[in-house]
Ligand binder design. Structure first.
Ligand code: UDX
Ligand code: ADP
Length: 463
């Protein structure tokens, strides 16, 4: 099947950047990204390309090049499904907040709705590609819905998991370590795989395009994220031991990272990992393992999450203890709210949990994040349902300038590793703060000796 029209359902952090790069690299393919959220689509179509709803370095340039040429953003879901030969499903799959598997299993209601909509609209054969991270064997469920509710047309389901990391999405899409495509072993399945391989082959070397069966592909995505998150929890576990023993976790990370069998990436100790994938995928893995009765497997992976929760809690506890066991009515400045630098995404950001703990102790949180608004930070807190919206609004305020956020504060907590934090006039910040002026660096971003020379009481992670 020669692909001339692609539709992507879901214009989020995955669908948006992925389709923009496909459109840029395949000018002869018409790529239409659809979403139910009209506001989001309007933002993608904003005349000023800097106003697109997702902040990713390099993304606005890619969108500017392809948009209106062969890249379109629309709310007309049915039309785009009807016209396309290849349909990506990139809708959100949050952890369930209700019923069986609550807090563990992935909520597949958006996926199912998509499958039903495709089945209803399709008048000719389609290739449907799972892009969202899904539990193993979801493809089977999608196929079932399509085959039983469709108009007799043939569907091929492929799994093509996304490995891009936010903040480096465009770079990851342009130069992926690998592209993974899982499909049916039948002739039709292999043809569908080839059609998708041909799309990526426009810019990805053949040696980096891996094809497998559907289940291996689905499970590989969960496994990759579980391994990456496990490295962070492993080094974070060591950070606590370093603090007790006088070792420095940065030195330990460097020392072990030089072992080529271990490698140096993903060994940065922090206040805890966030993001939409790691926790969700591991919980998902734990749920699947339990559902097969594999309790040891489930417990093994669950420990990665337990360690991460401990690391976030440990950070907030340390702030309270250091500030003479009370933060009530004290202004604590948060530098950063996003779950990592170079993104405006805040899902599962450690900042949310640390703020929640400190607000329980009646602290006043003053946030500065270059890309996150006060409304977003408050919505994140409200989502935890710890207290009323009004109560949250009284305890958290955002500032447009880091100097204003820090002015009069008893302590600064660095929650995101934004590069600009390193370039501030720290003497000026120090002069404006209550004394002793504390800095809790949850990212080991700032230079301890320089901060101490100014007069700050500086505490990093694991050193
Ligand atoms: C992750 C995977 O990297 C990506 O392949 C997958 O497709 C989606 O999930 P993402 O969550 O966007 O990507 O970002 P990532 O760079 O993996 O960071 C996740 C979290 O771990 C962030 O909060 C980050 O700050 C933290 N982290 C990362 C550390 O604390 N230490 C590290 O050494 C690396
Ligand atoms: P991700 O990080 O996985 O891309 P996002 O939440 O950023 O997740 O994006 C998912 C997008 O999918 C949202 O913009 C949401 O409105 C959209 N979406 C969810 N269900 C549907 C649907 N049935 N049809 C169209 N769009 C949908």
């Amino acid at each position: 099947m020669k692909i001339t029209k692609i539709c992507c359902i879901g214009a989020g952090y995955v669908g948006g950047p992925t389709m923009a790069v496909i459109a840029q690299k395949c000018p002869h393919i018409q790529v239409t990204v659809v979403d139910l959220n009209a506001e989001r689509i309007a933002a993608w179509n904003d005349e000023n390309v800097d106003n697109i709803p997702i902040y990713e370095p390099g993304l606005s340039a890619v969108v500017a090049e392809a948009r209106g040429r062969n890249l379109f953003f629309s709310t007309e879901v049915d039309k785009a499904i009807d016209e396309a030969q290849l349909i990506f499903i990139s809708v959100n799959t949050p952890t369930k907040t209700y019923g069986k598997g609550k807090g563990m299993a992935a909520d597949l209601k958006y996926i199912e709705l998509c499958a039903r909509q495709i089945a209803q609209v399709a008048k000719d054969n389609k290739i449907v590609v799972e892009k969202s991270t899904l539990p193993v064997r979801t493809a089977e469920a999608i196929k079932n819905i399509l085959d039983h509710t469709g108009n007799g047309v043939q569907f091929q389901i492929l799994s093509n998991p996304e490995f891009l990391a936010e903040g480096t999405a465009v770079e990851d899409l342009l130069h992926p370590d690998r592209i993974l495509i899982g499909g049916d072993t039948t002739l039709e399945g292999q043809e569908a795989i080839q059609a998708l391989v041909d799309v990526y082959a426009h810019w990805v070397p053949a040696s980096k395009i891996l094809t497998t069966n559907v289940w291996s592909s689905e499970l590989s995505k969960l496994t990759a994220n579980a391994f990456l998150a496990q490295r962070i929890s492993s080094i974070n576990a060591m950070s606590e031991l370093c603090e007790k023993t006088g070792a420095d976790v940065n030195e330990v990370a460097r020392a072990i990272g030089m072992d080529s069998r271990i490698g140096s990436k993903f060994l940065k100790s922090s206040v805890g990992f966030g993001g939409s994938c790691f926790q969700k995928d591991i919980l998902n893995l734990v749920y699947i393992a339990k559902s097969y009765g594999l309790n040891e497997v489930a417990d093994y992976w669950e420990q990665v999450i337990i360690m991460n929760d401990h690391q976030k809690r440990r950070f907030s506890t340390q702030i309270v203890q250091t500030l003479y066991n009370t933060v009530a009515a004290k202004k604590i400045a948060f530098l950063g709210w996003a779950f990592k630098k170079d993104t405006n995404d805040t899902r599962e950001s450690a900042a949310i949990y640390v703020a929640n703990d400190l607000i329980n102790e009646q602290a006043q949180i003053a946030v500065y994040d270059p890309k996150v608004s006060q409304a977003k930070a408050l919505a994140d807190l409200d989502y935890l349902e710890t207290r009323s919206k009004e109560a949250n609004a009284k305890q958290l305020q955002s500032f447009a300038s880091p100097y204003d956020a820090c002015h009069g504060a008893h302590a600064i907590a660095v929650l995101t590793e934004w590069d600009e934090f390193k370039t501030y006039d720290w003497q000026k910040i120090y002069d404006g703060m209550q004394k002793p002026a504390f800095v809790f660096d949850g990212r080991n971003l700032l230079h301890r000796a320089e901060m101490e020379a100014i007069g700050f009481v500086y505490q990093g992670i694991g050193a």
